[in-house]
Ligand binder design. Sequence first.
Ligand code: COA
Length: 262
Amino acid sequence: MTLENLILERVEPGILVVKISRPKALNALNTATLVELKEVLREASEDASVRVVVLTGDGEKAFVAGADIAEMQHKTSAEGTAFAGLGHDVTKLLELMPKPTIAAVNGYAFGGGTEMAIACDFILASANAVFAQPEVGLGIIPGFGANVRLAKFVGLARAKEMIFSGRRVKADEAVAIGLANRVFAAEEFMAKVLEVAQQISRHSHSAVACAKQVLNGSSESVGLDAKLAAEARAFGALFGSADQREGMTAFVEKRKASFEGL
Ligand code: COA
C-alpha cells in the first residue's frame, strides 16, 4: 500500500515509529489515514521483527487534532457509525496487538488524537502536549473509544469531566491525573521516547507479549466489542442532528457554534 498520510521509521532493535502526517490539517484523521493506519498496524502486529510500536504526529504542533471535521461534516447517521467502526478497528489493533504500543504525544491530541493515545499501552507526553475531548462542542460525542477507555486512565469522574466540558489538559496535569506516564522536554522528546522503547525491546518479546495479554485481560477488555459497538451507534445517532450540523459548520466557518439542543 502506498502511504500518503503516514511516515514509517525503523529504529533498532525492533522499534517501528508510525508518524501521522497531514500537516495541512494538523494530522487530523480522515478515512484515508485511518485505512492506512489499520493496514500498517495489522502488518506490524504480524511482523516478528517489530517488537515495539511508537505512534506519534509529524511536525512540532500536533500529535493528532482529532477526526477530520471537514470530512465528517456531511456524514449521515449510518456513515457516522461506520466511521466510528473504522476508528475502532485501529484502536483495537493498538490495544490488543501482542507487542507494546507507545503513544508519543508531541502537541495537540484532541478528540480522536487522545483516543488513539489511550488505545496505546501508555502515553509519553512532550512538554507541549495538550489533550482534550472537545466533541460535545461539535454536537457529537467521542467515537473512537474515549467513552470506553478514558476512565481506565483517569477514573470515571475525570473522564466525565473531560468529555462533558471538552476542557484542555496540559502535559503536567496529564501526568498528575494518570493520563500520561511521563513528560519530557520538547527538545529531547523523541530521544527519550526511543530510550523507553529500547528498554522494552531489548527484553524477551514473548515475555513482554505475555505480560500485555495478562494485563489487558485483567482490566476492562472483557466485553470490549459490545462497548465499542454501543459507542459507534450513539456516535452515529448524532449525525444529521441540528447541533452536529451547526457544530461542524461553525468549525469549518471558523466561528463559535450556537446550539439549540436538537
Ligand atoms: N479536522 C479538520 N481540519 C482540522 C482539524 C480537524 N480536526 N483540526 C485542525 N484542522 C485544520 C484547520 O481547519 C486549519 O486548516 P486551514 O489552514 O485550511 O484553515 C489547519 O488545520 C490549522 O488549524 P488551526 O485551527 O488554524 O490551528 P490553531 O493553532 O489555531 O488551532 C487547534 C489548533 C487544534 C486548537 C484547532 O485546530 C482545533 O480546535 N481543531 C479541532 C479540534 C477538534 O475539535 N477535534 C475533535 C474532532 S472530533
